[in-house]
Design a binder for this molecule. Structure first.
Ligand code: ATP
Ligand code: MG
Length: 553
């Protein structure tokens, strides 16, 4: 059955001239399209992002925890050692100075001995030296000069650490601070307080280089980073393979169902294995089988019906011709009959005529269905064709009180078409317009453009309900079948017109407003191979109101 047409529905879209747009501006759109269209890419991207995030969080946590562990163990080691060294020094001072009355030289000797002792017993790696400073603000009998081992980075001992050390009361407490060496390496500064008999309080400082711990941490972090990256890549690859395994059959199913929907009924999905995908394939194929069977059955049925209509129409032709001839004889002699018989002869005559038209229409429809129709193309001037058709319909129009006016814009109207079919379309449209035009003027516009020619038949009659608009092209459909018809009336006219238009690769479209009239527009391509971009005539055609008034008079 031909598809009903409504205004502009089947018109191909107008192509805009190519805009000059920088290439990069198209990228976000393309990427979005790729993202939405590619399930595999989307799944891999989401998995890689999420696992990357998880690996990053885990890696950061591990790095921080390893770092603090390393620092803590070094700190404990350093504190234990400096605490031991402090006690050792304090013991040394106490034991040696308790017995003698030290002179200044002795004291210096002692402090140097203490420093070298500490250095000698130091086992912790990274020790950068020891220093003994005198606590400020004390008055004592003797004083010991501050001394430090060679290379001791005294500049890292901050005032803050010194203050903390000065606040202690004895060697039992050891203070520490994280510092930075002049070359940027991390270090630990440790300080404690010594009490030297007669000489007052002295501060003992140690500095330990933590560079080796930092290097270990950097190595661990690098390993974590490389490991994490490798893990994420591995997860991405595994996801890609898994998704490919799952999506592959689904993609095949989608392709097959698309082909099936496009009419390739023999298409099937390959059935492999026992899993859920195989079950899907089996049920899909089962569905396709029964669909194919039903469609084949229906097709055969429809072919049978078409054959039946064609055969019956054909068979009816001979008896109908005989009836018509007999009827004509009776009709010609009606004047000699009594009135009632004469009326019957007239009735027989008109009904036989209608029967003949119906039969011709039915035969034409069955020829369309059998695909046995071929265009008889010849160069034709569309305006002249329209004028001829209008002229032949003029008597019928006058009978109904309608005035038909042809409005032809200037243009090139010489087109290759089948004039018999196009004339038939126009005659049907004019017949309909006269029949439903309520005696109001009918305007036939003809126009052309670069790749199409068109005519439109506009009446100002009863119009067609919006709900009915989609059905006007259906076979045997009539808005009001009970309405008495003077022209035609089988309901096949528009169905045949639509088939004729399609044969020309043209479009037959309708616009209508109840009470305001109807407009049918036929657009034909100049070249059968080229599609129509836009029709030369608007639907409905614009018409000045005063012009209408003029032709009404
Ligand atoms: P025929 O086969 O003889 O043409 P028909 O004119 O009834 O019979 P179509 O030309 O297919 O058949 O038209 C189908 C129906 O569409 C008409 O019966 C009518 O109800 C409606 N129709 C068609 N043209 C118009 C129009 N210009 N105004 C109002 N209704 C229309
Ligand atoms: Mg008609």
């Amino acid at each position: 059955m031909p598809e009903a047409q409504v205004p502009d529905k089947r018109m191909p879209e107008i192509r805009m001239p190519a805009l000059r747009m920088p290439m990069w501006r198209a990228y976000p759109g393309r990427l979005l399209h790729f993202w939405r269209a590619n399930l595999q890419f989307r799944t891999v991207a989401i998995t890689v992002t999420l696992s990357g995030l998880a690996v990053a969080v885990l890696g950061s946590y591990m790095s921080v925890s390893i770092g603090s562990n390393l620092f803590d163990s070094r700190l404990n080691q350093v504190l234990a050692e400096s605490s031991r060294a402090t006690n050792q020094a304090q013991d040394f001072f106490d034991s040696d100075l308790a017995t003698t009355d030290p002179s200044r030289t002795d004291l210096e000797f002692l402090s140097n001995t203490v420093l070298s002792n500490i250095r000698a017993t130091s086992t912790s790696p990274g020790g950068l030296g020891v220093a003994i400073y005198r606590s400020p603000g004390q008055q004592t009998a003797v004083t010991m000069q501050p001394s430090q081992s060679r290379g001791f980075p005294g500049e890292v001992i901050s005032a803050q650490l010194q203050k903390a050390v000065e606040s202690s009361t004895g060697p039992e407490r050891v203070w520490w601070q994280s510092v930075e060496l002049s070359d940027g390496r991390p270090a630990l500064a440790v300080g404690s307080l010594l009490t030297v008999p007669n000489a007052g309080f002295y501060e003992l400082y140690f500095v330990y280089d933590l560079g080796d711990a930092q290097e270990t941490l950097a190595f661990v972090q690098q390993t974590l980073l490389l490991g994490g990256l490798a893990l994420v890549l591995l997860i991405g690859a595994v996801t890609y393979i898994v998704v490919r395994l799952v999506v592959g059959p689904v993609r095949t199913a989608a392709e097959v169902s698309q082909k099936l929907a496009a009419g390739q009924l023999e298409q099937r999905i390959p059935e492999k294995g026992e899993d859920v995908i195989a079950t899907l394939a089996r049920s899909f194929n089962g569905m396709a089988d029964s669909l194919q069977e039903q469609i084949t059955k229906l097709g055969e049925l429809s072919r049978l019906q078409q054959r039946f209509v064609a055969d019956v129409s054909h068979e009816l032709r001979t008896p109908l011709t005989t009836i018509r001839l007999a009827g004509d004889v009776l009709y010609d002699q009606r004047d000699t009959f009594p009135t009632a018989t004469a009326r019957t002869a007239e009735l027989l005559h008109t009904q036989v005529q209608r029967f003949e038209v119906l039969l011709a229409d039915l035969l034409e429809v069955s020829r369309f269905d059998a695909g046995a129709v071929e265009l008889e193309i010849e160069p034709t001037n569309l305006v002249r064709l329209v004028e001829d058709a209008v002229e032949s319909m003029q008597p019928v129009a006058s009978e109904h009180g309608s005035d038909i006016r042809v409005v032809a814009a200037g243009g090139y109207f010489e087109v290759e078409l089948d004039p018999r079919r196009i004339r038939r379309i126009l005659r049907n449209l004019l017949g309909n317009a006269i029949e439903h035009g309520e005696g109001k003027p009918i305007v036939v516009s003809v126009d052309s453009n670069e790749d199409a020619v068109a005519f439109a038949v506009r009446d100002h009659g009863i119009g067609i309900d919006t709900d009915d608009l989609t059905r006007v092209f259906d076979r045997f459909w009539r808005a009001d079948p009970s309405r008495k018809r003077t022209i035609g009336g089988t309901g096949l006219g528009l169905a045949i017109s639509l088939e004729d238009a399609s044969l020309h690769r043209g479009y037959l479209e309708v616009w209508s407003e109840p009470g305001n009239g109807t407009c049918f527009r036929l657009t034909l391509p100049r070249d059968l191979e080229r599609s129509i971009r836009v029709s030369p005539i608007d639907l409905p055609p614009a018409e000045p109101a005063d012009e209408l008034g003029e032709s009404n008079e």
